[in-house]
Design a protein around this ligand. Structure first.
Ligand code: ADP
Ligand code: MG
Ligand code: ZN
Length: 485
């Protein structure tokens, strides 16, 4: 039995997927030679003036709406001043006083640890959403024992999503982050690749005795590079704090670094107060006015969100929750599923093919389903051919593989490989007749009661057609002969 409660609030940074940076026209592309993508604005040369990228505002408004936030009609930027080698301007352009979005929420759903099947639901409140520019990257060279700076990331647009301290366990935090990631990808505002740093979560955590209503002192943990690290770090830090608190010690307000290898957190620096950043309104950028028309325009562009899709798949298409969860975990899978179900008219069959054979193909190709090239009609066309008895199951699988690997059109590929099944009784009759003539013993045994010989005869006939007979029609023809003479 735990005698304490863990309280967590998140600050999530998301790199926006725009062509150019937030305040200049340098490209945002990840990778490339160090310092390849910089100019006087993002490199912070004196006198250079920022200009706001409209696309960033559109993405921010769309995200604010999807997070059920109030969109701020007159949003402003502020300067957050601090000195650090990766920040050439000496300040970050962020939003303190009038962030673009406020007071939202996300409803999370996650499996109950106790029974493993039922789902727990919870509303996580969003305190605010704001826009800011990213800093550069320090690259440590342990061999030469020097640190190099890559400024190419300076000015990449970021959204920071700040939650209320509503989480009580690592399961809730991970469920939130997973759901947020899927949602932002569906919106198309970010790739959310944790390994490339385009989704980064800072964990604010405190502990308190069960029953206490006021919050304990918190620490903030940075450098969490995966969901697994987030879960581990929360477990570790909560236990560490409780050990201190239950010895009647005090938790100092500090920023801690999570060490992924040691699986421990270490103090990094004393937590700054907002006043230490000497925030002031950014003088080089005007306020952003967002009209009702603009909000409506953006709202119309919001695609059906994964949580709504999931519900629709379960309630209207009658899919099991498990299938619906997987099919809505990646946008391309959902697109493929919807088109396939529409073409073949059988959602469960479409789901079975995607969750079975198609996932296997993806897996064999080391593809996680985030991005693949299959033409969305392909699978539906294949299932239709199968339903009409024109191809075998094995051929259907081969056609799917070919469509995935080479983009082949199933119908043409079946033609090319001569995969059509023989469903014409007139063609099958002489074949069956010949098999019966060639196997008089099996036939007479069948007639005197050895019924399992039918299976043998069917196999022989199938072999005669080189496996190309429609099995049910072939069996029908054989049955006719067995019953007649
Ligand atoms: P600051 O301005 O010092 O960064 P904020 O009020 O902006 O602090 O909160 C930052 C994050 O810390 C938010 O996600 C919030 O939910 C979380 N937080 C605040 N107080 C606590 C606490 N006592 N325990 C856990 N998380 C907290
Ligand atoms: Mg803060
Ligand atoms: Zn630039």
């Amino acid at each position: 039995m735990r005698d304490f409660e863990t309280v967590v609030g998140l600050e999530v940074h998301v790199e926006l997927k725009t062509e150019s940076k937030i305040f200049c026209s340098c490209p945002t592309a990840f990778g490339g030679a160090p310092n390849a993508h910089i100019c006087e604005v993002c490199a912070g040369l004196p006198g250079a003036l920022p200009r706001l990228n409209r696309k960033v505002v559109d993405h921010a408004v769309m995200t604010a709406l999807a997070l059920n936030c109030e969109v701020t009609r007159e949003s402003r930027f502020d300067r957050k001043n601090y000195f650090y080698p990766d920040l050439p301007k000496g300040y970050q352009i962020s939003q303190l006083y009038a962030p673009i979005g406020r007071d939202g929420y996300v409803d999370i759903e996650y499996p109950d640890k106790k029974d493993g099947t039922s789902m727990l639901k919870k509303r996580i409140r969003i305190h605010e959403l704001h826009m800011e520019d990213d800093a550069g990257k320090l690259v440590h060279d342990p061999i030469k024992n020097i640190t190099k700076i890559d400024f190419s990331r300076c000015g990449v647009p970021l959204l920071e999503i700040v939650t209320e301290p509503d989480f009580r366990s690592e399961e809730e935090v991970v469920a939130f982050l997973e759901q947020l990631r899927i949602m932002l990808r569906f919106l198309g505002v970010s790739d959310c690749k944790m390994q490339e740093g385009s989704l980064r979560a800072d964990v604010n955590l405190s502990v308190r005795p069960i029953g206490q209503t006021s919050l304990g002192n918190r620490t903030e943990m940075k450098n969490l590079a995966s969901f697994r690290a987030v879960a581990k770090a929360i477990g570790y830090e909560a236990a560490r704090q409780w050990a201190v608190v239950s010895e009647s010690g005090r938790i100092p307000r500090e920023t801690r670094r999570w060490d992924e290898e040691k699986e421990m957190s270490f103090p990094m620096r004393k937590k700054e107060d907002a006043s230490e950043y000497k925030y002031f309104p950014e003088p080089d950028l005007p306020a952003i006015r967002i009209t009702d028309e603009k909000i409506e325009e953006v709202r119309k562009q919001i695609p059906e969100l994964p949580s709504d899709k999931r519900r629709r798949y379960i309630e209207q298409l009658r899919l099991p929750a498990y299938d619906a969860g997987i099919l809505t975990s990646q946008k391309p899978l959902a697109v493929l599923f919807e088109r396939t179900a529409e073409l073949c008219g059988d959602p469960k069959e479409a789901s079975n093919w995607i969750m079975g054979e198609f996932m296997k193909i993806l897996n064999d190709h080391g593809n996680s389903g985030e991005d693949f090239d299959l033409r969305p009609d392909s699978l539906g066309e294949i299932i239709l051919l199968l339903q009409k008895g024109r191809i075998s199951r094995a051929s259907a699988k081969a056609l799917l593989l070919s469509a995935y690997e080479d983009g082949s059109i199933p119908e043409k590929e079946a033609e090319k490989r001569d995969l059509w099944l023989i469903g014409d009784k007139e063609v099958l009759r002489p074949i069956v007749k010949k098999v019966l003539e060639d196997n008089p013993k099996a036939l007479s045994e069948y007639r005197s009661g050895k019924l399992k010989n039918k299976q043998f005869l069917l196999g022989q006939a199938m072999r005669e057609t080189k496996g190309k007979a429609d099995p049910s029609i072939l069996e029908g023809v054989l049955q006719e002969y067995l019953e007649s003479e």
